[in-house]
Structures are given as C-alpha cells and as structure tokens.
Design a protein around this ligand. Structure first.
Ligand code: TXA
Ligand code: MG
Length: 311
C-alpha cells in the first residue's frame, strides 16, 4: 500500500540526492533531483549509459513547466491540451534555470513533461522541484512497465521502487521539439501524431533520419564550447585554461580533486560553460580514466574537441 507517509519518505530521499523508481502512465521512470548535478550524475552512472543523453524534467503542473522553459504560443497550446499525459515538449531553457546543465547534456534546451499518474503527481507535488527520469532500465534494455521489471533490471542500484501497478500506456512519451521554427517530432510515443496535429492545425516536421551523418559542427546538435579543447593534457600550455582531474590539478577548475568520475560528470558541463564564458581560446583538459562515467565524459569531450566549421 502506498500512503502519503511513504510518498513523503520517497520525496525526502529524492531531495537528499537519492535515486527512486516511480510509475508514470507511459513507463516506470528512474528519478533524481533535476536541480542537483550530483544526483543527476549518479543517475547516469546507474543507467550505465556510455554517453550523456539529455533527460526529461518531470513536474506536477503545467504552470511549473512554463517557468522552467520558454514556451511559444504553440508549445503552450499543446501542453495545455495534453498535460498531464504522454507528451514531452522541448523548449529553450529559461534564463537562470535551476535545472542541472548535466540534465540537458549541456544543451540550451530543456525537455519537460507532466505525467498522468496519481502516484507520480503526488510524488512530484511533495518533492516540489523538477525530477529528471529516464526509463528505469539499464541502457539498451527494454523499458519497464511494472515494478517487477524495474527490480529485475536495476536491482540494488535503486533505493526505492514505488509500485503503482502496470503502466496503462506502456510506451514512452511522444517528444515534440519547439527549438526550430516549426514543431518537430523527435520521438513517436504514447500520444499519436494525429492527435497532436489536430490541436496544432498543421503537420509536424519529422526529425531528419538520425542515422544520416551530420556535419561535424552540428554533431548531435549538442553543446560545443566556443573554445578549442586539447584533450589528455597533463598541464596547460601558455595561454590555455586548464580543466583538471585528480592529480592533474592546475588552477581553479578541477572536475574532481579526489579523482572521482561521478563527481567529475556532475561538474563537467557547468565548468565547461564557465571556462567558455571567460572567452579563453583553448581549454586544456586533463586525462580522464575510461571507466564508469569516465566513458561518457570522454565521449562528450571528444565530440566537443572534434573539428568544426568556423561560424
Ligand atoms: O515516457 C517517458 O518519456 C519516460 C517516462 C519515465 O517519463 N521517460 C523517458 O526518458 O523515456 P528517456 O530519458 O528514456 O528518454 C528521453 C528522450 C530521449 O529521446 C532524449 O533524447 C529526449 O527525450 N530529450 C530529452 N531532452 C532533450 C532535449 N533537450 N532536446 C532533445 N531531445 C531531448
Ligand atoms: Mg529510455
């Protein structure tokens, strides 16, 4: 039985940086406090993803979402028509957003959703801050639609599993982006394209085949700093800024003094943004061990260091 005492305990666990699995109408999510870099880094570590995928921030009311992103009239119209429900919208991040940059993998956008499940809504209300939640499975595995699936897939990696029975929709939310001039379908899901187009009064653009090679500058349309990156640098050259790790520690920016890859992941995007904001030409980056989240960090750094067209 899930009662309000249990919900409050789970909400506290989330606020303290814990990972909690909870039901939504689409699939079970593995939740973390979206405003905590550390909690989000822990979540990526638990999922075992070799790269940082941007995550959806879940909130309990549309009004809350409207404060976290910049909603166009169309984005608002869709949200009001389908929330709570299996719709995720991608919009520009609000200025001074409290959401961790790691949650959106350093992008200038944010994905938002109000799920339609009484337990999820009760939990989100109790937490009273955005909660990022990818599907509660290991990377590359099938999304869980019962608490038992979550337990089988994640086992001890998750402190608590809120059991809300089987998910009624059973597939992930439909993701629609408003980052371009026209609303674009990024992921088909539990809300049909027809239903969305009826409300919009026009067709959705379809994301170009993601298997197609992009030009290096737009690679995965992910954040790339303006500065050049020199990787595996044990010390800065003259004129370079340094992003350190462990023993390679020169100056104020060190991803993790104690050499912890989870802590490094938590700091990665924020520190890259901060260094980039200083207007330096080159950021030299310390070697990062290729283990655990180090794999995702190195993936991100390699992309950011890739040659790109001048803009
Ligand atoms: O139904 C769902 O959406 C479930 C439940 C738990 O809410 N969550 C889920 O999360 O499926 P996940 O992390 O497995 O999938 C998130 C999707 C990915 O396709 C990701 O690329 C996209 O949303 N996404 C998130 N933030 C984005 C952004 N800023 N720009 C573009 N795509 C984004
Ligand atoms: Mg997933």
């Amino acid at each position: 039985m899930t009662n309000s005492t249990e919900i409050n305990l789970v909400a506290e666990a989330l606020k303290n940086g814990g990972l909690v699995a909870f039901p939504t109408e689409t699939v079970y999510g593995l939740g973390a406090d979206a405003t905590s870099d550390t909690a989000v880094a822990k979540l990526f570590a638990a999922k075992g993803r070799p790269s940082f995928n941007p995550l959806i921030s879940h909130v309990h009311a549309a009004e809350t979402a409207f404060a976290l992103g910049e909603f166009s009239a169309e984005a608002k119209k869709l949200a009001q028509a389908f929330w709570p429900g299996p719709l995720t919208v991608v919009v520009p991040r609000a200025a001074r957003s409290p959401v961790s940059l790691l949650a959106s993998a350093g992008l200038s956008s944010i994905a938002l959703r109000v799920p339609n499940h009484p337990l999820a809504l009760e939990l989100l209300r109790a937490v009273d801050r955005p909660v990022v939640a990818p599907s509660a499975n290991l990377s590359g595995r099938v999304s869980p639609t019962t608490a038992a699936h979550v337990k089988r897939g994640l086992g001890k990696k998750v402190a608590v599993i809120l059991d809300g029975g089987p998910c009624s929709v059973g597939v992930e939310s439909t993701v629609v982006s408003f980052m371009n001039e026209r609303a674009t379908l990024l992921r088909p899901g539990g809300l049909s394209r027809d239903d969305i187009e009826k409300v919009l009064g026009h067709e959705l653009e379809i994301e170009a085949d993601s298997a197609q090679p992009h030009s290096p500058g737009q690679m995965e349309s992910h954040y790339a700093p303006h500065a050049f990156l020199r990787l595996d640098a044990t010390a800065p050259h003259k004129g370079e800024s340094y992003l350190g790790f462990g023993d390679h520690d020169h100056g104020p920016y060190t991803l993790s003094v104690r050499g912890d890859v989870v802590e490094a992941a938590a700091n990665l995007f924020r520190m890259l943004h901060e260094l980039d904001g200083l207007g330096v030409k080159t950021i030299a980056v310390a070697p990062i061990p290729h283990e655990g989240l180090g794999e995702a960090i190195n993936d991100r750094l390699r992309r950011a260091a890739a040659p790109r067209p001048k803009t």
